[in-house]
Design a protein around this ligand. Sequence first.
Ligand code: PMP
Length: 386
Amino acid sequence: MTQRAYFDWNATAPLRPEAREAMVAALALPGNASSGHSEGRVARQAIEKARAQVADLVGAEVKNVTFTSGATEANMLALTPALETVGGKAPRDRLFVSGVEHPSVRSGGRFLADKVETLAVDKDGVVDLVALKAALAKAQRPLVSVMLANNETGVIQPIAAIAEIVHAANGILHVDAVQGAGRIDCDLAALGADLLSLSSHKLGGPQGAGALARRDGIHIAEPLIRGGGQERNLRAGTENVAAIAGFGAAAEAAQSARQADALRMAALRDRFEAALLAQTPAAVIFGANAARLPNTSLFAVPGLKAETAIISFDLNGIAVSSGAACSSGKVQISSVLTAMGVDADLARGAVRVSLGWTTTEADIDLLLNAWMRVASTLLKSHANAA
Ligand code: PMP
């Protein structure tokens, strides 16, 4: 059997052993966390332990972390006109989202479509601060949503600078921190974020869990799911104790290994990119001039089609993706690359390589060997066809 190496960590990461252990223990608990008996209280303790672990990852107060079914739902919970601050209860009148956001943010959450506006980004996909300032003048109480790091390119946004502009305009800032948390610094106060979305499965927790963290003083006046009043009335429904416990354990493990993992991943990623460019000088690495996550590389070569490249990589034992996994299956040009002004033909060939905490030098060897075979076959057939 072909030796395989996994390079699609931005789509989902393998479960960390610490998360698996916490989940197995939680699966043995019989109680409902809302019940007053001992069994219920033990389930409640598992949830509250996880809440403290997730709060710690982002420097939030424990009471300000709400568990959801994932980051898509956390984004929906956050993106509502019904956000209140200590000084202001009037609804947010407009939502501004950057042009490179995940579809769950670009959809506008609970805002009416005509109240949602897209913010321009530069050619590296970084929010244009001058355009941001100008756009915010159109609203009285804006809500702004900008991601910490992009899922396709890994490009990191200048969140602290964005926060300053947003707050000066009487705005609230939501940050989708799904791809940044556990990889780079993600402290709520240091970022200046008011709300922050997280996803368990990008950190090594299970799929189907996430959280919305908020700073003290931000109040969500409209719950997303009404019912039994769980999660302090913000998200009704019996909690998924095992998933939440796994998420908490993963958050703690990600936090403690973060700096060492980031250094190792950046060195491996840089080695891959240097070899890629040496072997294929026509390759373009997107966002290479901006600050990027240590684990992500999105590249294209003129003449290469992403769908065929991915199949060819897969046959050579390598799992990579074409930009956003959420929209794959359909042959679609990445909206992120479109917002960055990348030529449509080049964008069609974009392949994403994303690394994780178990990626090794030997995995990079396999990736580079596979690239040699993929490139020689696919680029040769392109040259013959031309
Ligand atoms: N935001 C970003 C930046 C993402 O990469 C993803 C996952 N593809 C999401 C939100 C959605 O997260 P979840 O899968 O937990 O709903």
